[in-house]
Unconditional design. Structure first.
Length: 199
């Protein structure tokens, strides 16, 4: 069970051969106020996973949340278009760290929480490019006001670390977390995983 509304996380898991069901937690993210980006991402991921696991006992649940650390502050989704513009003017030509918190709640209630961090190097984009990107609406929907796998990919000149983590879920880390709970990654593969016509 994926406790996330993120289409990018779902697509990443599907591409890796896993076809989860999705249940959005409905957690109010404003209730968490810690200023530490890694701790914030981990706490939000945990709240989401626990909320869904509480409603669906006996099910394996994965919760995730991402924030971008820049200038010592944690940045989630922009509040509005003006906020997204300000963010991009601050980010361009610089580097930030994308933190993704992961929480897995096993069917028996055991829980593992881990975080992953990936450094993101942003391109020196123009004001016109920022305006065009914000006008698409994409930056308003994602942590840090950017994507690496969609329209924003051309504005990211490099990353250091796990690419999947920037999309919103670290597959290598998730595999290790599941192993700690006695769940083998390959047992979660869809029966048709690896076939070109599989979902």
């Amino acid at each position: 069970m994926l406790a996330s509304a993120s289409s990018a996380r779902l697509a990443t898991l599907r591409a890796a051969g896993i076809e989860p069901e999705v249940v959005v937690s409905g957690v109010d993210e404003s209730q968490v106020s810690t200023g530490d980006p890694a701790a914030l991402a981990a706490e939000l991921a945990t709240l989401k996973a626990r909320a869904v696991a509480g409603d669906l006992p006996g099910v394996l649940v994965v919760g995730c949340d991402s924030v971008l650390a820049l200038d010592g502050s944690a940045h989630g989704k922009p509040a509005d278009a003006d906020d997204a513009r300000r963010r991009w003017r601050s980010m361009r030509g610089r580097s930030g760290v994308l933190h993704t918190g992961h929480c897995v709640v096993a069917a028996d209630g055991r829980e593992v929480v881990r975080g992953a961090a990936t450094t993101v190097h942003f391109a020196e984009v123009s004001d016109e490019e920022i305006e065009a990107y914000v006008a698409t609406g994409e930056p308003l929907l994602v942590a840090g006001a950017f994507t690496v796998d969609r329209l924003g990919g051309a504005f990211v000149r490099g990353i250091e670390g796990d690419h999947h983590n920037v999309v919103g879920i670290s597959l290598p880390l998730l595999r290790e977390m599941l192993a700690e709970l006695g769940v083998r990654w390959t047992d979660l593969w869809h029966p048709d995983a690896g076939r070109s016509d599989s979902p």
